[in-house]
Write a protein that binds this ligand. Structure first.
Ligand code: ADP
Length: 409
């Protein structure tokens, strides 16, 4: 131990002259180490910064991707979706929502009144905020063409129970409403059509029972009226059953090659008496045409059209049936009369159920108002089209197309 101390003392004495040099050397080494460390520290700091920026960029990209995915998902929804923030400003509106309201501009940040101007909707949002949720709210849009929407809405809260906004889901009810209305109108029309002959029958039966039966002449006249109205009821019920079967898709067509000329001859034979009563000439101009059709249903089409042409045509007039092959490989048939024709504004409407140009005339002729509707359904079931042309005063022509029978080619 003593030896070591002595040795150190010796070394110290020996190097006493070099002390300043050693100090400078030590300082230089320390500075070198310091700068080295600083460089390293800066490099590490820069790397850390770059890593942080990269992480933030990726975070931002993930958020953008998530938002884009969310938008794709929301846009693929059939229902309209609207998200409002806590200030009742639009945060998100999907494509279906914009379509429902016919909007093309950016909606983000706008209030409902700024974006849509629908007071009822703004009031609904207030109700949702108050009640927490509202289901099956029916909203009628104030447009020219009527639109109905069903809205389900709920307030959104965070985990602390604070209100974050409102979510509203819109479902287009317009078609259902239209169907409902059509059904209601149909029921009202059917009731009305049934009530008229029924009340006549009831009235005449009561009069007969009250004593009219004792006068054979009067009794016969009344019984004939009863008979006519019973037939009308029967016809109406038959037509209603046909329409309902055709509309519900229950009717299976028995498609087979049908030669049109002999089919129309048969229809003419069945309607001969009616034509003779009005001295109407029936002309069959059909040549060699064969359609792929259900013979029974096709006969119904021709019978309805020829019957109408006799009914609404001219006394001593002519009813002509003809046809041709079209360039599109279809058969186009027509039934023409030379009566007073149909007003232009009614040409499309005559195919609607119970639509009549002249109600009194149709009833007087024993019409149910369903004939052309049945024609339209049968032709459409054959994937054909039906339409009418008329120049008032110059008669009416009804056209329809059918698939052509091609297996013999
Ligand atoms: P209806 O049982 O009243 O004849 P349709 O559906 O067959 O019912 O016809 C609807 C309406 O179309 C008729 O009431 C009539 O006003 C009009 N119509 C149909 N065919 C003709 C025609 N050939 N000429 C003039 N009007 C017609």
């Amino acid at each position: 131990m003593l030896d070591v101390r002595r040795w150190l003392f010796g070394v110290f004495n020996y190097h006493q002259g070099m002390w300043p040099l050693l100090t400078i050397l030590a300082v230089a080494v320390a500075a070198g180490i310091h700068f080295g460390w600083r460089q390293k520290f800066r490099r590490q700091q820069r790397q850390l910064q770059a890593d942080m920026e990269d992480f933030q960029r990726r975070e931002q990209q993930t958020a953008v991707d998530a938002r884009a995915q969310q938008q794709v998902l929301f846009n693929s929804m059939l229902e309209g979706l609207l998200l409002l923030d806590r200030h009742r400003r639009i945060y998100l509106a999907n494509r279906a929502f914009k379509n429902l309201f016919g909007l093309k501009t950016e909606l983000r940040g706008k209030t409902i009144m700024e974006a849509l101007r629908v007071h009822d909707l703004a009031a609904l949002v207030e109700r949702v905020e108050r009640d927490g949720q509202v289901f099956d709210y029916e909203l009628k849009l104030p447009e020219l063409s009527e639109r109905w929407l069903q809205v389900n809405a709920a307030a959104i809260s965070n985990s602390a129970g604070e209100r974050e906004g409102t979510i509203l889901v819109f479902h287009d009810l317009t078609r259902i409403k239209q169907l409902e209305r059509t059904r209601e109108e149909f029921v009202a029309n059917v009731s009305h059509e049934l009530r008229t002959p029924l009340s006549l029958i009831k009235g005449y039966v009561e009069t007969l029972l009250d004593g009219a039966r004792n006068n054979p002449e009067v009794a016969e006249r009344f019984l004939k009226i009863i008979e006519r109205n019973t037939q009308r009821l029967d016809l109406l019920i038959q037509d209603l059953l046909t329409i309902s079967a055709l509309e519900s898709g229950q009717v299976k067509l028995n498609l087979q090659p049908v030669e049109l000329r002999p089919l129309v001859e048969k229809v003419f034979t069945d309607l001969k008496t009616r034509a003779e009563e009005k001295e109407v000439k029936l002309v069959n101009q059909l040549s060699d045409l064969t359609a792929l059709a259900d013979a029974h249903r096709l006969e119904q089409v021709f019978a309805n059209l020829v019957d109408n042409a006799i009914k609404y045509g001219r006394t001593q007039g002519t009813v002509t049936v003809g046809g041709r092959k079209t360039d599109a490989g279809k058969i186009e048939a027509f039934v023409q009369d030379d009566g007073p024709g149909i007003p232009t504004e009614s040409l499309d409407r005559v195919f609607e159920r119970f639509y009549r140009v002249d109600k009194a005339r149709s009833r007087e002729q024993g019409g149910t108002g369903l004939g052309l509707s049945i024609v339209k359904h049968i032709v459409q079931n054959h994937e054909g089209q039906v339409w009418a042309r008329s120049e008032p005063g110059k008669g009416a022509v009804f056209f329809f197309t059918l698939p052509e029978e091609t297996s013999g080619d």
